[in-house]
Design a protein around this ligand. Structure first.
Ligand SMILES: Nc1nc2c(ncn2[C@@H]2O[C@H](COP(=O)(O)OP(=O)(O)OP(=O)(O)O)[C@@H](O)[C@H]2O)c(=O)[nH]1
Ligand SMILES: [Mg+2]
Length: 353
């Protein structure tokens, strides 16, 4: 099944039919490009390099350190596995996921199928891909019967919600969609200006009201505006809020109800934005936001700024909520569709970048 995002964003790579479960081997990205036009190939090679670059800090903590484990050693022993455990924990893969990975590794060592660093890395890569693919599976957001596809974007303060909306608006308009941005963060003074700057940069309309307005009424008016004007996608920015504050969570529920009233079935996607640099706290954010409003997709930002990108693996292991996008920089083009195979290839890629 193709996800709605992939249909709407519609790059040739995204529109390839998904592989059947039996054929899930980690294919290097370069090897899948046989049928593509050369310009597009170059573009994607450039994208892959950017992703590789974005993940370089995590690769250093994770992959390069695994290499050093084997310096002066001939085989995998108990000490080496202990050191491996430390490396996995340091990369924020999480305790439960690390234990599981180690257990599987021990089994393979016993069966003598793992001899050297390369074999160990290959085995880890396969296991990690397994977790990432699992999170790629769940059902797609419900498609709107009529009217725009409404995306409600939420998360704690400063995780990158507004920036992610700007980048998403760029992606959608590049794909030929008519996009409306809604400034329902009426709490922070400069929030709607920030969204308007993104609107200008990308060339899409922004609906905003004065600071302090009720976010639900901003959304109500915005959807009234959007419906007769045939917008394809409405991206709603909400104020940053602590996942532990009940009244702030209630406000989100109210915004959600208003959306449904104006556009039946909306919001079609509740996108929770997480900051990869916050580490394990991201896990409790997913849990509490999901309890409050049923999160349907995740975006993980600032992977370029952290050595702890293992959080991606942890999140995919812990939850059955699809990770849709990853942020690898502050520019418009720095939001990537999350593609598990491409991600592990970039993470385990040889050579500096
Ligand atoms: N390096 C990097 N920086 C990012 C990324 N995504 C967002 N940022 C930066 O993170 C900072 C906060 O981003 P915002 O989009 O304002 O975050 P927000 O969640 O809307 O913040 P509040 O509305 O105050 O809760 C900005 O400086 C962004 O440029 C990313 O993927 N990589
Ligand atoms: Mg914001």
């Amino acid at each position: 099944m193709l996800s709605w995002f992939k249909q709407k964003l519609g790059s040739a790579q995204d529109l390839q039919p998904e592989q059947s479960p039996g054929s899930e081997t980690a294919t290097p990205v370069a090897a899948t490009e046989g049928t593509k036009a050369s310009g597009q190939q170059e573009n994607e090679a450039g994208f892959f390099l950017r992703l590789k670059e974005g993940l370089s800090r995590t690769r250093k903590t994770l992959v390069s350190q695994i290499d050093t484990l084997f310096l002066g050693k001939k085989q995998i022993d108990a000490q080496l596995l202990e050191d491996l455990e430390e490396i996995l924990i340091m990369a924020d893969i999480g305790t439960a996921t690390t234990m599981e990975l180690l257990e599987k590794t021990r089994t393979q060592v016993k069966r003598q199928t793992l001899g050297d660093a390369q074999a160990l890395k290959e085995a880890l890569k396969e296991m990690i891909l397994g977790y990432l693919l699992k999170a790629d599976q769940p059902a797609d957001p419900a498609l709107p019967q009529q009217g725009p596809f409404v995306v409600m974007v939420l998360g704690v303060n400063g995780v990158g919600k507004t920036t992610t909306i700007g980048k998403l608006a760029y992606k959608f308009s590049q794909a030929g969609q008519k996009v409306l941005l809604v400034a329902a963060d009426t709490f922070r003074a400069a929030a709607s200006e920030q969204l308007q700057i993104w609107g200008q940069r990308v060339g899409v309309e922004v609906v905003a009201q004065q600071a302090g307005a009720d976010p639900s009424s901003v959304v109500f008016d915005a959807l009234n505006y959007a419906r007769p004007r045939n917008f394809d996608v409405v991206l709603v920015d909400t104020a940053g809020r602590l996942h532990t504050k009940v009244n702030l969570m209630e406000e989100l529920k109210k915004i959600k109800r208003v959306m449904d009233k104006k556009v039946p079935g909306a919001p079609h996607e509740i996108l929770l934005v997480l900051d990869a640099t916050t580490g394990q706290n991201a896990i409790s954010q997913v849990r509490l936001f999901n309890e409050a409003v049923e999160v349907t997709g995740l975006a993980l930002t600032k992977l370029d700024g952290t050595a702890k990108g293992g959080i991606v693996i942890n999140i995919c292991h812990e939850f059955n909520i699809p990770l849709r996008f990853i942020g690898i920089g502050e520019q418009m083009e720095d939001l990537r569709d999350f593609e598990p195979r491409e991600f592990v290839e970039a993470l385990f890629a040889e050579g500096e970048a």
